[in-house]
Design a protein around this ligand. Sequence first.
Ligand code: G
Ligand code: MN
Length: 373
Amino acid sequence: MTRVLVVDDDDKIRTALRVTLERSGYQIDEASSGPEALLKSGEHAFDAAVVDYHLPAPDGLEILVQLREIQPRCVRLLMSGALDLPVVMGAVNRGEVSRVLAKPFGRQSVSVAIEEALAARNRAEELSIGDRDSALQGQRAHLEECIRGDHLRLALQPIVEARDGAIFGYEALLRSQHAFLNTPTRILAAVEAQHAFGRLAAVVLTRALDWMAVLPPHQHLFVNVHPHELGDTDAVRQRFSVLQPFAQRVVLEITERSSMLQIEGWRSSLDFLTAAGYRIAVDDLGSGYNSLSMLAELQPAFIKVDMSIVRHIERDERKQRLVDLLARFAKSTGSSLIAEGIETAHEADTVRAIGVDLLQGYLFGRPTLTYAP
Ligand code: G
Ligand code: MN
């Protein structure tokens, strides 16, 4: 049943409205003041509120503005006299009021106005659901086009040895030539919304295979793996079979940005991958996510310190202490420490002196779509 809150300080008008509206089949609650109205709107959900403008403060408009916050779906009708027109027009234009009942009004016109306002609300809600559906469908079409249409590439960024600058390998970074899904963030958002992590992963692994055919045989390829790809171990086994001949030279970078440890099946997938010869890197360590537990759980062969810790490390003793701690942790657990996002010689010199094994960043090379040794 449609539930209506009637607010007026005039007892006679309130009672008259109750009688009329009850006759039209509504359930009525009454309030004689703003505070009482707001109290009731905290207790029950109303479909509509019919409020007199002329009330001792808060006036009818102020009540409706607050009601919009408390119950956004409740349609708001304001009863007002002709003299209030300028104020009331502003409120309608700002969307604070759905309908105005200009006094004096006939009894029937109140229920007609309520019905019209409710119908308008329902139409608007259906339209917005329709909008959301068609946006999702458009996104699905774009993603499909992006994946099937061969728009995805892996750019290579060098990772060099700290001791002599020799190229140890490259990180493969997703790039897109699609007109709309043209950044990694947009692609990942679409993949997440469309539950298409496995499909993206399959494309990435195929592109990674292309690079393995190009890279010199002593160099490594670091491939970013999204935790959501790891939920289905059988699918993982199948997808990675194309890269199997190169497993010893492929490092899988896993970030804790999306909380892998909560994904069921990650451990058996990683057990399979490490048994197959792939090595694991913990990515973005220090970026503010829960990566310490990843270090404890994964026993990674590589640890990548996030660029936020590398930035201006030469001026910051605490950052130096932190990297020193990680360098000693890496040494004692048999893993290699990589510093990411190095942009200046100062940063490179500082992390090298601390004992970081491998360096990556614009200073040594930007990601490029062509192989340039
Ligand atoms: O999360 P992950 O570490 O995989 O992200 C690497 C990102 O950092 C890539 O988008 C890459 O283009 C970017 N990047 C690589 N080197 C540098 C650098 O030296 N400085 C900055 N600002 N970004 C970098
Ligand atoms: Mn990475």
